[in-house]
Design a binder for this molecule. Sequence first.
Ligand SMILES: O=C(O)C(=O)C[C@]1(C(=O)O)C=C[C@@H](O)C=C1
Length: 271
Amino acid sequence: MATSTASSDESSRCMKDETPDSENALNLDSIRECLIRLEDTIVFSLIERAKFPFNSPAYDESSLGIPGFCGSLVQFIVKETETLHAKVGRYENPEEQPFFPDYLPPPLVYPHNYPQVLHPAAASININKTIWDMYFNQLLPLFTAKGDDGNYCTTAVCDLECLQVLSRRIHYGKFVAEVKFRDAPQDYGPAIRAQDRDALMKLLTFESVEEMVKRRVEKKAMVFGQEVNLKDKDDKGKYKVDPSIVSRLYGEWVMPLTKLVQVEYLLRRLD
Ligand SMILES: O=C(O)C(=O)C[C@]1(C(=O)O)C=C[C@@H](O)C=C1
């Protein structure tokens, strides 16, 4: 049974056709196509979240008052959603990692036979705690207006969607690293055996690609986030989410964290 949520529908479509679902599809171009497609989902999810102000009560860990639960509204929504998604097998998919992996229930549905393209050590790599901290402490204040409009539940659901797609994109580094290793084991092997993080980081970095990615996501934020109307006059220069912040998100966090996942994966690749 294939499962997906509203938040990952767009990317799943990309995955279905292009993910490494066969050995043949596993090449750097097809993996990069998936990353490009995920950019659309990321930009749209930021646009949705930016409709609401910061709404700090959604993150207050002391005032929710749900019996038996200790934490914020957003923590509650993410945990409960992950519990449901675990039951329908979401985390059996090697592209998905939960934010709260402890005590997730086992799947209740017949397992989908995901192709084993990654080294088994991939399952132990989950940097969602870092993604969570980055999203709430650094990114969110940059692209939401200050204030409180009372829409805490919808706000927290938008946060969930942003978190899920950022996590999927960043952990996709496992597939990128696998392809790079298979393409050049003679280059990666010695650095892996030496457990040399710096050498691995150097090998897997393509600065010109990173510059292109930053420019492309900035442009997507301009195109997707513009006001569309039927009058001649349009609101040039007014965007639903600041394009320079989307570019910064990629330059400062998304790509560095994707590279961190790649390094962590490669360090274990010959275990
Ligand atoms: O496209 C690659 O080669 C990747 O490793 C992906 C990615 C990215 O996160 O977008 C990360 C590192 C590279 O320097 C360039 C781009």
